[in-house]
Design a protein around this ligand. Structure first.
Ligand code: ZN
Ligand code: ZN
Length: 594
């Protein structure tokens, strides 16, 4: 598809595409019998138009999903633009409401709810949350240019042209950004300064190199180089605006959302059966249970690892010592990637032997060393999945080799990802966690569910499988394994607690660090990073525990209902068959069928 030979023509095309959707085509009052249309075919048509419009208004989101038609478009975040978006949203809402949700298939009913939630949420973000005012880190051209530059989807020349056209409006972009900012938080201002400084690096030697070796015409090269010069200048101006004007004025709002906004954001972002308060209570309860279980197991393990030594009277000290001893069992610095590689077939076999769910042998997971341009995020391991527009591509399990680390750094990392935790990590990221869920999601072909994939469901599933595997006997059900799982699971539990504590209950940094270090057995460094993340994000830290708890509760409920006829494999497969939808909808559908 090379319809887009010149940027000007591309812009023309998309204006037409946008107008088609935003303009006429109101669904007429046809009945199903007259037109051969069923409510589902009508709704499917609506979805096509909706997604088109979504990408037209959100080119960078589109790009991240593998849809590159609008790569060259830069959205200038002005007040006028927000007005246009609000109008488009209301038109989309009208068209959505023209569908009778009760007449749709189960699959389309969920899609309907997801679109409805998206429209409501984006209106709330724009009108009430207004993070465009208080989060200066929303504006960072470097990040989106890097995405296009590193993408492999089109020849270099086309990607460079897209960049050239995109950054031609960079002065307008940063001008609008400055106008938007009003009473920001100090924390997001700090972040914006750091990220835009990093963003400047994108316009450095690597990009210039690519331009030099490209086959762009001399004229195009010159235009691009000029635009890069201008862009660097306006980014530099934005940084000094933040450093000088904003920082020196010192008028900041708190980074804490407060109860009302937090509850609402939780409602829109997580789409849970539970309220934010309920999740907080459940997390507190779970924290106590985990601590109790850890204490019990540490007592039993003590004589095995500390024979003849007096056991500490303080439970926290006891647990700490046992965990520390168990962490000594770990892979070597050089052998780390291989250790991960070797575990994958073991996990596949265990899932098959125990009949936990059906796996697709035609889609093996490819374990590889994380590509250089993706390293350094501190993720350690991650899954790279093909987006909804190129499903046939391989799925990679990226594992970061430890070669670059000093011996001391590697040792600390290897203790964290020791013999036990590394296996739990592989369950979570790969099998039957994120990777397996993804394979199932791709079999339930809904573009809407791929695009609006529910983070709490996705993370919740991965956390649920850790426990499900251990309950099924993985690792031999030893105290060692369960104790390490308790600690690992405590992390997501405390994430939910501190998210709420920070944004709703005004917890101080000292209180949060104490909680993480005492109940979470975390090192100071990890705890400090978590505090920082809690000040910059809202609700996201709650998603893991919320999804996990909802899935686990649903399973236990069905177990009770079905008694001896409950089948774990059937539960797992049915749960995954609905795609990455919010657990509350999956729950409704599974309870209906049960
Ligand atoms: Zn060691
Ligand atoms: Zn995860």
């Amino acid at each position: 598809m090379t319809k887009t030979s010149t940027p000007r023509r591309l812009l023309g095309l998309l204006a037409v595409g946008g107008a088609l959707w935003l303009g006429s085509c109101e669904p007429g009052p046809q009945t199903a019998t007259e037109s051969n249309e069923t409510p589902d075919t009508e709704f499917d048509k609506f979805k096509v138009g909706f997604i088109d419009s979504l990408w037209y208004f959100n080119p960078e989101w589109a790009s991240s999903q593998g849809y590159h038609r609008y790569d060259s478009v830069l959205v200038v975040p002005s007040a006028a633009r927000r007005k246009v978006e609000a109008q488009a949203r209301e038109r989309a809402r009208k068209r959505l409401l023209a569908n009778d949700v009760s007449k749709l298939s189960v699959n389309n009913q969920t899609d309907y709810r997801l679109i409805e939630n998206y429209l409501n949420a984006s209106r709330w973000y724009a009108d009430t949350l207004r993070d465009y005012q208080w989060n200066p880190a929303n504006y960072n051209l470097g990040a989106s240019v890097a995405e296009i530059l590193n993408g492999r989807y089109a020849p270099l020349e086309r990607r460079l042209q897209a960049i050239s056209w995109k950054i031609s409006r960079s002065p307008d972009f940063y001008e609008a950004a400055k106008t938007n900012i009003s009473n920001p938080t100090r924390e997001h201002t700090d972040l914006a300064i750091r990220q835009n400084k990093g963003g400047l690096a994108v316009f450095g030697p690597a990009l210039l190199d690519s331009i030099n070796r490209s086959k762009l015409s001399a004229k195009d090269k010159e235009a691009l180089l000029t635009r890069i010069g201008t862009t660097k200048e306006v980014i530099g101006n934005y940084i000094s605006f933040l450093e000088q004007d904003v920082m020196k004025a010192g008028k900041f709002r708190s980074f804490r959302l407060g109860k009302e906004l937090f509850d609402r954001k939780f409602y829109y972002d997580i789409q849970s059966t539970y309220t934010a308060d309920q999740v907080y209570q459940k997390a507190q309860q779970h924290r106590r249970e985990l601590l109790h279980d850890m204490g019990r197991r540490a007592v039993r393990l003590w004589p095995k690892y500390f024979a003849g030594q007096p056991m500490p009277a303080d439970t926290v000290a006891l647990i700490k010592k046992v965990i520390s001893r168990l962490s000594e069992k770990h892979a070597t610095q050089k052998g780390f990637v291989d250790a991960v590689k070797q575990q994958i077939p073991t996990l596949v076999k265990f899932v098959n032997d125990k009949k936990l769910l059906t796996q697709d042998p035609s889609k093996p997971l490819v374990v590889r060393e994380t590509p250089l341009y993706m390293r350094g995020s501190g993720a350690g391991a991650s899954v790279s999945a093909p987006g909804p527009y190129d499903k046939a591509a391989d799925t990679y399990y990226n594992v970061e080799p430890l070669d670059e680390l000093s011996a001391a750094q590697a040792e600390s990392y290897l203790r964290e990802y020791n013999e036990y935790t590394l296996q739990i990590l592989n369950i979570h990221e790969a099998i039957p966690g994120h990777y397996t869920q993804l394979v199932y999601a791709n079999q339930s072909p809904s573009l809407i569910k791929s695009i609006f994939g529910n983070g709490a469901m996705v993370e919740g599933w991965a956390v649920y499988t850790e426990r499900m595997m251990l309950e099924s006997g993985y690792g031999g059900g030893t105290d060692e394994f369960w104790l390490m799982w308790d600690k690992w699971n405590m992390r997501v539990t405390l994430n939910a607690i501190l998210d709420h504590d920070v944004h709703v209950r005004n917890a101080s940094q000292a209180q949060v660090l104490q909680l993480l270090q005492r109940d979470g057995f975390q090192e100071e460094n990890e705890a400090t990073n978590k505090w920082l993340r809690a000040t910059l994000s809202q609700v996201q830290l709650s998603s893991y525990f919320t999804g996990y708890t909802e899935i686990y509760d649903l399973r236990e409920e069905l177990k009770k209902q079905q008694g001896t006829s409950f089948d774990l494999k059937a539960f797992n497969e049915q749960f995954l068959s609905f795609g990455s939808a919010p657990v509350k909808y999956i729950r409704a559908m599974m309870l209906k069928k049960a």
